[in-house]
Write a protein that binds this ligand. Structure first.
Ligand SMILES: Cc1cc2nc3c(=O)[nH]c(=O)nc-3n(C[C@H](O)[C@H](O)[C@H](O)COP(=O)(O)OP(=O)(O)OC[C@H]3O[C@@H](n4cnc5c(N)ncnc54)[C@H](O)[C@@H]3O)c2cc1C
Length: 395
């Protein structure tokens, strides 16, 4: 049994680190890297971040697992996961939406015109996407979505609303799931469309979330798109959405930010004092740090299980659910613990005098709950474990 990476994978990580070290030495690095503002950094836009994505493209880091026929390198998915681990550690934008969800679905199901239009732009980092799945009454139960798409001649007309479309305020294209057959069973009447974000009839409104990052609601008012905007076949959208989630499941759930959070906790308790004595001398603090260290190691091993399953070509749905529910809860527990032991200074914000570690714990306190919701809530992950892992019936 070997839990370690192989020589080729280690060499790849070494190359990525060298590239990212060079990026960190650039004068605009602050605009691209935000290790302690992880949610903000990954979900925001700026000319510097777009330029960084272009440099990633020039290094050949986009589309690594795509077929050579479409400009890819036919490498295993683990390299995309390893790249995301290094990006996540430094708070840089992760790869995924374009090369993963959109690109891989177009490769498998898109028309030749769609392939010719989008695949080269994705590989060159010339295009940003927003994903429009969730609606006010369709989140965990996504197949209940109601955004209506009706065929009129050679066009589709879309009316309705999406919610939590992250990046919609700066993306170029919108990848949208809509109901095209209201009479079919709910999973069988959904189709996917690709629509320019500045299309007439689309309106984007800001939703402010905890942790100061922005997501959006998007309204469709008679949005008329040509037939070519339909991805693949009509009413096959649910299959495409599930496939795309399967592709992404292991590349998105990185463990490095959790390891870094724990390191920060250790740094904080090493320097902080209570009643004149260093916190680390308190036996209760040492005991708790040891307990958390054990759980962090367990999270690391669960993540390795996800990667190991995916590397064997299997869909690690059960392992990813276990890892997500465990690691996101642990992220919250580490944050809560830090706030408990650091006392009042721990809750001071970035910029406040006396804020511990630049106010990072207050920031984590606001952002960690989002991790337990985005990409499928903890309750939904537990349902997956109960059904797929334990074979328990649906209640
Ligand atoms: C930071 C962030 C970014 C996001 N980005 C996007 C995006 O770009 N595009 C997009 O389409 N969506 C996005 N989402 C939306 C996300 O996918 C949904 O929030 C998530 O799927 C939960 O859906 P909901 O908010 O409608 O909650 P609901 O599904 O209404 O759930 C409410 C509560 O009920 C629980 N619950 C629901 N069903 C069950 C069940 N069967 N058993 C037990 N408990 C249950 C849930 O766990 C939750 O606690 C984002 C969310 C976040 C937080």
């Amino acid at each position: 049994m070997d839990f370690n990476l192989g020589p080729e994978e280690l060499e790849f990580v070494r190359q990525v680190r060298a590239f990212l070290d060079a990026q960190a030495a650039r004068p605009d690095a602050e605009e691209v890297m935000a290790p302690d503002r992880d949610a903000h950094s990954q979900l925001a836009d700026s000319p510097e971040r777009r330029a960084f994505n272009k440099r990633m493209a020039a290094m050949g880091y986009l589309g690594m697992s795509w077929p050579a026929k479409y400009g890819g390198q036919e490498r295993e998915g683990i390299y995309e996961y390893l790249l995301n681990e290094e990006l996540a550690l430094r708070g840089m934008p992760l790869i995924g939406k374009g090369v993963g969800c959109v690109g891989k679905t177009i490769i498998r199901h898109g028309s030749d015109e769609m392939k010719a239009e989008f695949l080269p732009k994705i590989l060159a980092a010339d295009v940003e996407f927003a994903l429009g799945y969730s609606e006010p009454s369709a989140g965990s139960d996504l197949a209940a979505l109601k955004l209506k798409a009706v065929r009129e001649g050679s066009e589709w007309v879309l009316n309705g609303q999406k919610v939590f479309s992250t990046s919609a305020h700066f993306a170029d294209w919108y990848w949208v799931a809509a109901r095209t057959d209201p009479d079919a069973p709910k999973h069988k009447g959904i189709s996917v469309f690709l629509i320019p974000m500045d299309h007439p009839g689309l309106t984007v409104h800001e939703i402010k979330t905890m942790g100061h990052h922005r997501t959006n609601q998007v309204f469709f008012d008679n949005v008329r798109v040509p037939e070519g905007a339909l991805v693949g076949e009509v009413n096959k959208g649910w299959t495409y959405v599930c496939e795309a989630l399967d592709f992404e499941r292991f590349t998105f759930y990185t463990v490095n930010p959790l390891l870094r959070k724990f390191e920060r906790l250790l740094e904080a308790i090493r320097v902080a004092k209570r009643e004149g004595r260093p916190l680390v001398e308190d036996p209760a603090v040492r005991r708790d740090a040891a307990r958390i260290a054990t759980e962090v190691e367990a999270a690391k091993m669960l993540q390795r299980l996800v990667v190991s399953e995916a590397s064997k070509g299997r869909v690690p749905a059960l392992e990813a659910a276990m890892y997500k529910v465990f690691s996101t809860r642990l992220g919250q527990q580490i944050t809560d613990y830090a706030l408990d032991v650091l006392g009042p200074a721990g809750v001071l914000r970035h910029g406040a005098e006396d804020a511990v570690d630049g106010g990072v714990w207050e920031h984590f306190y606001q952002t960690t709950p989002l991790d337990t919701i985005g990409g499928g809530s903890s309750e939904v992950q537990k349902n997956i474990i109960a059904r797929r892992g334990l074979g328990l019936p649906l209640s």
